[in-house]
Design a binder for this molecule. Structure first.
Ligand code: HEM
Length: 446
């Protein structure tokens, strides 16, 4: 190790990195959610590279000679046939496909939980508003990555579900036609749709995610982590740190301690994903069959993290649409683009609405912030009810009612639950914002 260090030192002057190696990471378990998101993305890139070697991004017909008996000798779209090939005839193919699938779900779930952690602990407050905004872009990109990947097997279920996005893009007044053709290569699904979605999935979106993660991390390193409020003064290897001094982050040094913790988080992420991949099957393309323009599957559903958008589409009254100056504002546009876009905008704008004059470096206890916590509870409830609405037909079957009355009940719940949840939270927490002096002090530059 010493010789390697000398070799590197003579060439790269390692002392340049020393300030970074000594950087403190607060020892707070919930701060590891961002790392889980990061490592899931690494897994996605590695497993995606394997799948990319075997997947064929084309819907030209090929004769299938693989081991799924029911398709033997049939003409199938090349994309669909290649996914069958990966799943049933490539060593470890099914495992890697499942690994990729579950890593994608873990990626989005970790981002959502990380975002909730940042929100409820007030870690987005000045000076971290810009990093919150970068995070919102990352969340949108993660969903876009999953959406574009969903379409690739070109099976009946995925193609029909993906067409919801095509319809939404096409519903935008003025630019809709152009946008739908640009992203989907023409009337979806057409010959150019799969190559275009493939290019977005394996190049454009991952490159953007990589760039935005880089920016997210650069801002994080520059601004340093937030830290939970201390119980008292803390004795550190560099001396005593005052309880209220938020100019210094108390925690584990980046190297070797935090690196070891991160390595554990990495291997736990890999282990969890491989357990899921080993035991839980994914989207069974062989059962759904290749895309068939003449039929529609009985149940159409997006992934769970886009279910709320689908719920808005289902609940929006069809009569609520209008035309202005020759432009038509359809229910798809109003529910799927305007309302869903408004949710994203509200999330993006929140740190600029919850204004703090001074820099805030200690995390807050959500129980001491009735207003922000109430808004967060309302947001979570709204997304939950909208997601349930996305599955309204399953719910109708379950309770033995028609989708009409179920939709009325869900529309009422979409308005009442978030309001009731917010009011209950606000008053249960005392109804007034409390801020302690030390969360409002300036931090030294270190
Ligand atoms: C690809 C997605 C993302 C990755 C890989 C990622 C990664 C990370 C990591 C590793 C940290 C430091 C540790 C931690 O606080 O968890 C962090 C901090 C932070 N993230 Fe993210 N993040 C992502 C998405 C988001 C989203 C969606 C938001 C919010 C909308 C967000 C907002 C923040 C903020 C404000 C901080 C600083 C928090 C602090 O100092 O306590 N991030 N992120």
């Amino acid at each position: 190790m010493g010789r390697i260090e000398n070799w590197l030192d003579e060439r790269f002057e390692l002392e340049v990195f020393e300030p970074y190696l000594g950087k403190s990471f607060p020892a707070e378990d919930s701060f590891l959610l961002g790392e889980v998101a990061l490592f899931s993305f690494v897994i996605l890139v590695i497993t995606g590279s394997f799948l990319g070697l075997l997947y064929i991004p084309s819907i030209e017909s090929v004769t299938y000679h693989g081991s799924v008996v029911r398709y033997q000798g049939q003409e199938l779209p090349a994309a669909f046939a290649s996914v069958l090939q990966i799943t049933y005839d490539t060593p470890f193919g099914m495992f890697v496909r499942r690994f990729h699938h579950w890593a994608a779900h873990l990626f989005v779930a970790a981002i959502a939980l990380h975002m909730l952690r940042v929100f409820f602990t007030g870690s987005y407050r000045k000076p971290r508003e810009a990093n919150w905004a970068v995070g919102v872009v990352l969340a949108a990109l993660a969903m876009l990555a999953a959406y574009t990947g969903y379409s690739l097997p070109f099976d009946e279920f995925a193609t029909t579900a993906t067409s919801i996005g095509y319809n939404l893009a096409g519903s935008i007044p003025l630019i809709g036609d152009f946008l739908a053709k640009l992203v989907f290569g023409g009337d979806y699904p057409t010959n150019t749709s799969i190559p275009r979605l493939y290019f977005l999935h394996v190049f454009v979106v991952p490159v953007l995610i990589t760039l935005f993660i880089g920016l997210h991390m650069a801002i994080l390193v520059h601004q340093k982590h937030t830290e939970a409020e201390r119980d008292g003064d803390v004795e550190t290897t560099r001396g005593r740190v005052d309880r209220d001094d938020d100019g210094i982050v108390v925690g584990l040094p980046a190297f070797p301690n935090q690196t070891a913790v991160s390595a554990v988080v990495f291997f736990l992420t890999v282990a969890t994903t491989s357990l899921l991949a080993g035991f839980l099957p994914v989207h069974n393309v062989a059962e759904y069959g290749p895309h068939d323009p003449a039929s529609t599957p009985a149940v159409i559903m997006p992934d769970w993290f886009l279910m709320w958008v689908y719920g808005f589409l289902k609940l929006w009254p069809t009569w609520l649409n209008f035309s202005v100056a020759g432009l038509h504002f359809s229910p798809e546009f109003l529910a799927g683009v305007v309302l869903s876009g408004a949710v994203f905008l509200a999330v993006l704008a929140w740190p600029f609405l919850d204004v703090h004059e001074e820099n805030v470096h200690f995390t807050a206890d959500p129980l001491t912030r009735p207003r922000a916590t109430a808004v967060g509870v309302a947001g979570v409830l709204m997304i939950m009810v909208a997601s349930i609405a996305g599955m309204n037909n399953l719910l109708a079957d379950l309770v033995g009612m028609g989708t009409g009355p179920i939709n009325n009940a869900l529309t009422a719940a979409l308005i009442v639950w978030p309001l009731a949840g917010a009011l209950a939270t606000y008053y249960a927490l005392g109804g007034t914002e409390t801020t302690t002096d030390h969360t409002e002090t300036h931090r030294a530059d270190d």
